[in-house]
Design a protein around this ligand. Structure first.
Ligand code: ATP
Ligand code: MG
Ligand code: MG
Ligand code: MG
Length: 468
């Protein structure tokens, strides 16, 4: 067929071609000289292409003069060199078919710009806006880059389960999965609903992380990654937490924390490089319309080695900072968004990897360090922090020593019987191993400068929002 996307038709090579373009009208302008100018967009790129329609067209009065924003059309014609600014080409229409009208009285996406909040109410229409189209193209490019990065390094793409009984983070943020009929729930002796019979008689949850299952595969097949949806019953309404988000989690056998940090840094640099190379037009849009620090912060990731400091050093920096924090810091507390922003935006002005966190604030599976001179115990955890977004990656070296793992589980009151399979990995051929998790949406936020995580995922799930 002679179909071209708008992106293809905008290239100078298309000049002189007879082609069909299909898309949605953004604007129509009629000139006195018996012409109409249409701008159409088909999502293939940010820009529209201009279509020039001569009043000679048989359906000029009946169709063309009635076109408005949102109408879907096919146009056949010739791609011509354009004299207009910002466009190399335009099309001279020879035939135009209207597929669907969009009543200008009710179609919400007219010229007027809507707020991001308003657009969230129209999850079915917002992909038609410039901003959301650009977000989706960048998100897509990041997804491809993620696979490319790991596949080129021979990581095995492993599918870990969505429904699971293991609470990886131990933070009690899990959604239960149930087959219980609400009309006839099974009851225990006290007459309470017996949730232990949830999923065909076993309690189960939506996964918060594929890590524990990922470790099973890494300790057999070497290097693996999972990439899929994860769920957290976050009841916090922040601009960087969703109840359903996508996470990439590599896991490597024979890998210690430093190699894990190196991989995380190389990974972020690669994804940023790919987006800068292939999404130039969209990035310029974000720079101009959304956040004028986008170019600079991407260049920072690409060009400079990340800062790496221990948690202990970071606490000292924060204690001596001349900034006022809502949550005061002291050794042993988890960092808040305000602290992460201070470190990346004010102190280092660059991405930072923090490592060696207090054992008391981290889950049981992280590799325990020897006590320091002051008797403080840390674990080999690392967080990668970036400006604006804060924590974008969380990872660690995993505890590979059987006795230490068992002691840590006891400390955190975890039942070893529930984790018998996880413990087995330490019983049989244990190895130092490490991995991390990157939240895809936080990455998209960082790259685009979008301030709210709800605006970088097609269907955001937050407390009270799960309709469509
Ligand atoms: P935070 O401290 O921001 O709550 P976390 O430490 O709980 O994050 P991890 O368990 O370390 O998160 O998960 C790994 C990565 O997944 C995070 O670094 C982040 O990029 C992403 N992530 C975690 N929770 C969410 C969420 N609720 N929504 C979106 N992304 C998330
Ligand atoms: Mg969290
Ligand atoms: Mg965190
Ligand atoms: Mg974390």
């Amino acid at each position: 067929s002679d179909k071209l996307s708008v992106k293809q038709a905008r290239q100078a090579e298309a000049i002189g071609q007879q082609a069909t373009l299909q898309g949605w009208v953004r604007t129509r302008r009629d000139s006195k000289g018996g012409f109409s100018f249409l701008e159409i967009n088909d999502g293939s790129c940010l820009s529209n292409i201009q279509i020039i329609v001569d009043a000679d067209l048989p359906n000029y009065e009946s169709d063309v003069k009635r076109l408005s924003a949102g109408c879907s059309i096919s146009v056949r014609g010739e791609v011509k060199e354009s004299g207009g600014r910002g466009q190399a080409t335009e099309m001279l229409a020879k035939e135009l078919i209207v597929h669907g009208w969009a009543d200008p009285e009710s179609y919400p996406l007219q010229k007027k710009r809507h707020s991001m909040e308003k657009l969230r109410e129209w999850a079915h229409l917002r992909p038609r806006t410039n901003t959301f189209g650009a977000v989706m193209r960048v998100r897509n490019r990041i997804g491809r880059s993620i696979h490319d990065f790991f596949q080129e390094r021979d990581f095995l793409y492993t599918h870990t389960p969505i429904i699971t009984a293991s609470d990886c983070e131990g933070a009690g943020e899990m959604f239960r999965v149930t087959t219980i009929d609400p009309a006839m729930p099974p009851k225990d002796d006290k007459g309470e609903i017996d949730y232990t019979q949830d999923f065909f008689d076993r309690p189960s949850y939506l996964t918060v992380s594929g890590q524990l299952e990922g470790e099973i595969y890494a300790t057999a097949l070497g290097k693996i990654y999972t990439f899929g949806p994860t769920f957290r019953a976050e009841n916090s309404n922040t601009s960087r937490h969703l109840a359903e988000f996508w996470m990439v989690e590599p896991e490597m056998a024979f890998c210690e924390l430093t190699d894990n940090m190196d991989l995380a840094e190389a990974f972020l640099k690669r994804v940023v490089a790919d987006v800068r190379q292939d999404c130039e037009e969209d990035l310029q849009f974000f720079q101009d319309r959304i956040d004028d620090t986008v170019h600079e912060s991407l260049a920072n990731v690409a060009d400079k080695p990340f800062e790496r400091v221990t948690y202990t050093t970071a606490i000292e920096l924060l204690e001596n900072a001349d900034a006022k924090f809502e949550f005061p810091v002291k050794w042993g507390v988890d960092l808040q968004a305000e602290h992460e922003r201070y470190l990346t935006e004010q102190h280092f002005k660059s991405p930072v990897i923090l490592y060696d966190y207090p054992a008391t604030i981290k889950p049981f599976y992280m590799r325990v360090n020897d006590e320091d001179e002051q008797g403080r115990r840390t674990v080999r955890a690392m967080d990668v922090l970036v400006p604006r977004v804060g924590e974008i990656i969380g990872g660690s070296q995993r505890e590979e020593r059987l006795e230490v793992l068992e002691a840590r589980m006891a400390e955190q009151s975890l039942d070893p019987e529930e984790y018998w399979w996880y413990i087995d990995l330490r019983r049989y051929g244990t190895v130092p191993h490490s991995g991390f998790g990157l939240g895809l949406e936080r990455m998209v936020q960082f790259v685009t400068g979008m301030s709210n995580i709800r605006d970088v995922i097609p269907f955001p799930r937050t407390p009270g929002n799960a309709d469509f």
